[in-house]
Design a binder for this molecule. Structure first.
Ligand code: AHM
Ligand code: MG
Length: 344
């Protein structure tokens, strides 16, 4: 029987690969792991909301119920504040950056960008949701860190990961040396290494896109969808269509089975819907580290896009390399480039 390796043990082992590391990043990852377990506990009880009380109401203990995405945001920020390794949190839930004003946090050298509960509309229907995080090193050397320290290109990420609260709960992360996945064993309350060195299959036969928006897609996306639906046994077509509506779940499936996830520009979202800093950059870092490809559909790596604002959006095409390249071919053939700067 193989011995279990916990996330904590794995992080310490990996730290030994960097003889000069002082352990700050390891502690930061550990803090995120702890907050993930707390959020997991609440997400698992979400179905009890009718018994325990809706958001905004008061539960049986007299505590006011919170929306889970706000709860998750507070838990991650509190864990990062207590840990003292992070000076700024940039979150989907906060309009502005959150400065962590403790004595130790002021000099901390890491910045964390986070989407505390992505796909949260799926909670009401008991479908997987997740947390996405991204870690940068602070660039400024004097005074307090600022928004400029947050607005770094994705290539500067030191680490990134996601937690998927699904049929089982998993934490998947990279520090730029491959991608490893850990499954939460509820009986011992630990994330245990279950998916070492995750790799995207080079190609797949599942495409993932909100096809309800079809009429509003650029011609290149429409042509690619039609390509996916044509019968061609040699390339395993027609492909299957799967769309959970939680990017983490759709991407996680693609990483294990092969596939492509697309959220293009649409008429309703002319710059794309998904956010660069805390959704697309971290997922793209993981995708590339697992041998996949992540671009804006116009042959530009997501990780190289300029970051101009905290809640900036981008179209995204990511997944198995050959599928992304094929989709980009169709994009390049069509003339209707969107009226936004996508070249970064
Ligand atoms: P959210 O951050 O408001 O939860 O939105 C992000 C989610 C992604 O997880 C998912 O891929 C996408 O929005 C689904 O959007 P749509 O319903 O437009 O297809
Ligand atoms: Mg989100």
């Amino acid at each position: 029987m193989n011995p279990i390796k916990t996330l904590g043990q794995f992080i310490i082992e990996k730290q030994a690969d960097h003889p000069y590391a002082k352990g700050e990043l390891s502690r930061l990852l550990r803090d995120i792991g702890i907050a993930a377990k707390i959020v997991n506990r609440e997400v698992n009880k979400a179905g009890l909301v009718d018994i325990l009380g809706q958001a905004g109401s008061t539960n049986i203990q007299g505590e006011t119920q919170q929306k889970l995405d706000i709860y998750a945001n507070e838990q991650f920020i509190a864990a990062l504040k207590n840990g003292g390794e992070c000076c700024i949190v940039a979150s989907e839930e906060n309009e502005e950056i959150v400065m962590l004003d403790t004595d130790v946090s002021l000099d901390a050298k890491y910045i964390v960008a986070i989407d505390p509960l992505d796909g949260s509309s799926n909670i009401d229907v008991n479908v997987s949701v997740g947390t996405i995080f991204s870690i940068y090193r602070r660039q400024s050397t004097e005074g307090r860190a600022t928004l400029d320290d947050v607005l770094q290109k994705g290539v500067n990420q030191v680490a990134a990961g996601y937690i998927i609260y699904g049929t089982s709960t998993m934490l998947v992360y990279t520090t730029g040396r491959g991608v490893n996945g850990f499954t939460l064993d509820p009986s011992i309350g630990e994330f245990c290494l279950s998916h070492p060195e995750m790799q995207f299959p080079k190609t797949g036969h599942v495409y993932s896109i909100n096809e309800g928006n079809y009429v509003h897609f650029p011609q290149g996306v429409k042509s690619y969808i039609k390509y996916c639906q044509v019968e061609d046994p040699a390339t395993n077509r027609p492909y299957s269509s799967r769309y959970v509506g939680s990017m983490i779940a759709d991407l996680h499936r693609s990483m294990i089975k092969g596939g492509i996830f697309i959220y293009p520009v649409t008429a309703a979202a002319p710059g794309g819907k998904l956010r660069l800093v805390y959704e697309c950059n971290p997922m793209s870092f993981i995708v590339e580290q697992a041998g996949g490809k992540a671009t804006n559909g116009y042959k530009k790596r997501i990780l190289e896009l300029d970051v101009n604002s905290l809640h900036q959006r981008t179209p995204i095409f990511m997944g198995s390399e050959e599928m992304v390249l094929k989709a980009e071919e169709f994009m390049a053939q069509s003339e209707d480039l969107p009226n936004i700067s996508l070249v970064g």
